[in-house]
Write a protein that binds this ligand. Structure first.
Ligand code: 6CS
Ligand code: FE
Length: 298
């Protein structure tokens, strides 16, 4: 008998030829109103739309505190050659810093704040661990966006995440306007998995975190998804939070305005959805991008 730790592939992707969309059978919300801070109606809306915006999620003092952490990490010379720091391809300015819960006590505490972890546990219906954390910084004038994608598509293909049972939290540290490169989402699109065409290049993460090219949907697929679900934009003042399903279709444009945009981003995966071998890549990505310590976060 062979024992395999990798679960069955319910979401084949990075294929040689286009294939049909897959309607998922798993819910977005696994817990109930009794399990945490989200109300029954908030959970119901999250199930339908695949995202929830909470205005004033953190205080102005906390925005200032996390912004100082962002400035400290972005300016840390010792991180310049660290793989956790991703810079903009064209200008060399800092784009993301990964694994921030290990680089910052303040951000480690944020992940464990009951307002955060209890909501994450409530949505995925179990204990959670941190799959990925990062701070994202989109500079004024020259900031570049990310093409349309589903995070789960990458996490499944490149990280071996079996099913979409994880939730992402993005806390805005600057105001998000419709015009400064904010996130566009297709509400309800988390229900549909869009298989991508094309094999994953080796060491894809070395370029995909600057500009994602493998694993993005075709123009035809994006057109069909937009026809079905429409496009919303996440706007909101600094301090607001966006909780979103791992499979929601999203993307962002460039930022040519004088208003930079930054956020703290944390992905909570169910401990019952631990990573196996990648489903569609030759080797797993490094731990600072796809954590493989599945110890429940406390
Ligand atoms: O690679 C990741 O984990 C995340 N970053 C990109 C550019 N796409 C997929 C996912 O959002
Ligand atoms: Fe994304």
């Amino acid at each position: 008998m062979t024992i395999t730790t990798t679960a069955e592939d319910l979401f084949p992707t990075r294929l040689a030829t286009p294939s049909d969309f897959i309607e998922r059978t798993q819910p977005a919300v696994w817990g109930s109103a009794d399990d945490g801070p989200f109300s029954a109606s908030e959970l119901e809306a999250h199930e339908q739309r695949g995202f929830t915006i909470l205005d004033d999620f953190i205080s102005a003092e906390s925005v200032a505190l996390y912004s100082r952490e962002l400035d400290r990490l972005a300016g840390d010379e010792s991180l310049r050659d660290d793989p956790r720091m991703i810079t903009e391809r064209t200008t060399g300015t800092v784009r993301s810093v990964f694994e921030v819960e290990k680089l910052s006590d303040v951000l480690s505490a944020l992940a464990r704040d009951p307002q955060v972890i209890d909501r994450a546990r409530q949505i995925v219906g179990s204990d959670v661990y941190l799959h990925q954390t990062r701070i994202n910084y989109m500079p004024s004038f020259t900031g570049t966006g990310f093409y349309w994608h589903s995070d789960f598509e990458t996490w499944h293909a490149e990280d071996g995440m079996p099913i979409p049972r994880s939730v992402s939290l993005s806390i805005a540290l600057t105001d998000n306007y419709p015009y400064n490169g904010g996130l566009m989402v297709m509400p309800g699109s988390h229900r549909t998995f869009v298989p991508a065409v094309g094999e994953t290049p080796d060491n894809n993460h070395e370029q995909s975190l600057q500009s994602q090219e493998a694993g993005v949907p075709s123009h035809a697929a994006i057109t069909a998804m937009a026809e079905k679900y429409g496009i919303d934009q996440f706007t909101g003042a600094a301090g607001s939070a966006l909780w979103f399903d791992s499979n929601i279709m999203h993307g962002s444009g460039n930022n040519i305005t004088p208003y930079s945009r930054s956020n703290v981003f944390m992905v909570f995966n169910s401990v019952e959805n631990a990573l196996g071998d990648p489903y569609a890549a030759r080797s797993p990505r490094p731990m600072h991008i796809a954590n493989r310590d599945f110890t429940p976060l406390r």
